[in-house]
Design a protein around this ligand. Structure first.
Ligand SMILES: C[S@@+](CC[C@H](N)C(=O)[O-])C[C@H]1O[C@@H](n2cnc3c(N)ncnc32)[C@H](O)[C@@H]1O
Length: 361
């Protein structure tokens, strides 16, 4: 495969470098700023928020009106400043990442097109595939979202490197997810689906950990799966990618032994969540496991400051569907579909809940 001019600065391990050193330096600053001012101060922001809410509203739970919580916390100087930081560095991140790769768009698209029919794995695209409108939102403020920017894959890769604030430069967090999966009790893992795989970070690691299994990554975003397949071809990893819908996969019933979904459900509307849960039950074989890593679900123990943060994120970080997920009874949805539901293993990202939903044998 021809080496892309866009990537003439090479890779840092598996991470593509930006096209100019000045972009890398700028994004390093944004990443450090995010780490310190965004993540590093949140515990203080939350503590101040909790104190003020307790004084103004007394004890709260998930039925306390979020408007009342916002009314109290938004007036505090530190939380207000934190919101400004979060929004601004998110915008700086996407503007500079996309700005770095955009002059080389044709070159990048050619490289992905060139890889399309190469192996060892397959990329399956349906020319008649129609992206539903709900999936076209610019989630996390990413320009063009997951579906409408031809170079969205590389932009997402470098952008989320910054988002993870140095903790995922070599997909370390994805590796941790894959390492903590719960295989079926009978130990048979012939076929694994990485649902909403984005750029295939878990998908490729799955092949490393389960070399004898057939691995498929499915995502609605064409730029995502095209980039994922390009990475797999370059690294010689035998995994398959398909552009498809979680709620209507067109996959045969009882096909997979294990399905992984890492942070999908808070990004789709409630109707699609419900359809996806049923669809996963259909395509898992009896005894198969659905391993879910996701935003927390509300309940009497969700602190007011966390509800406030999720509300902020939904509005200012374009997560339009996350409150729908957080406030629905997701566990009940899984049980109603027929799954046996248990908590999954702990993860170093303490914010996430993990669930293992097993289709009865
Ligand atoms: C936060 S990303 C998931 C991250 C990814 N699982 C990882 O390992 O980093 C959410 C992904 O869900 C995909 N998505 C959204 N709605 C979908 C749907 N209905 N079917 C399949 N993929 C969907 C988006 O295109 C996006 O790539």
């Amino acid at each position: 495969m021809s080496t892309s001019v866009a990537l003439s600065r090479g890779y840092n391990g598996i991470l593509p470098r930006t096209t100019r050193l000045s972009d890398e330096s700028y994004l390093d600053f944004v990443e450090t700023f995010r780490g310190i001012a965004g993540y590093g101060t949140f515990a203080t922001v939350a503590a101040e928020g909790e104190k003020a809410v307790a004084e103004a509203l007394g004890e709260t739970n998930d039925t306390t009106d979020i408007k009342d919580i916002k009314e109290v916390i938004n007036k505090l100087p530190l939380p207000a400043t934190w919101q400004r930081y979060m929004r601004t560095h998110q915008e700086m991140m996407w503007r500079r990442t996309r700005g770095s790769f955009e002059p080389f768009q044709d070159d990048l698209v050619n490289a992905m097109d060139d890889a399309q029919n190469k192996g060892p794995g397959k990329l399956t695209l349906d020319p008649n595939f129609k992206v539903p409108n709900y999936a076209r939102r610019e989630i996390h403020l990413q320009p063009g979202g997951y579906t409408d920017d031809p170079i969205g894959g590389i932009v997402y890769h470098y952008g989320t490197k910054v988002f993870y604030a140095g903790a995922n430069d070599q997909d370390e967090l994805h590796a941790e997810i894959v390492d903590t999966l719960t295989p079926p009790e009978d130990g048979k893992v012939d076929k694994i689906l990485d649902l909403a795989c984005s750029i295939g970070q878990c998908t490729l690691i799955l092949k490393d950990r389960y070399p004898d299994s057939e691995i498929t990554g499915l995502d609605v975003g064409l730029p995502m799966v095209k980039y994922a397949h390009w990475q797999a071809v370059k690294r010689g990893v035998d995994v398959n990618f398909v552009q498809g819908l979680s709620e209507e996969t067109k996959i045969d019933a009882d096909k997979f032994d294990m399905v992984l979904s890492y942070i999908l459900f808070h990004e789709i509307p409630v109707r699609v969540i419900k359809e996806t849960v049923k669809e996963m039950f259909r395509i898992l074989r009896p005894g198969g496991t659905f391993c879910i890593y996701e935003f927390p679900s509300a309940g009497p123990n969700m602190p007011a400051s966390q509800r406030w943060m999720i509300d902020y994120d939904s509005i200012n970080n374009c997560e339009p569907y996350s409150p729908g997920f957080v406030y629905m009874d997701f566990h009940k949805e899984l049980k109603d579909a027929g799954f046996n539901v248990k908590p999954g293993p702990k993860n170093s990202n303490g914010f996430l809940q993990t669930i293992v939903a097993t289709k009865p044998a």
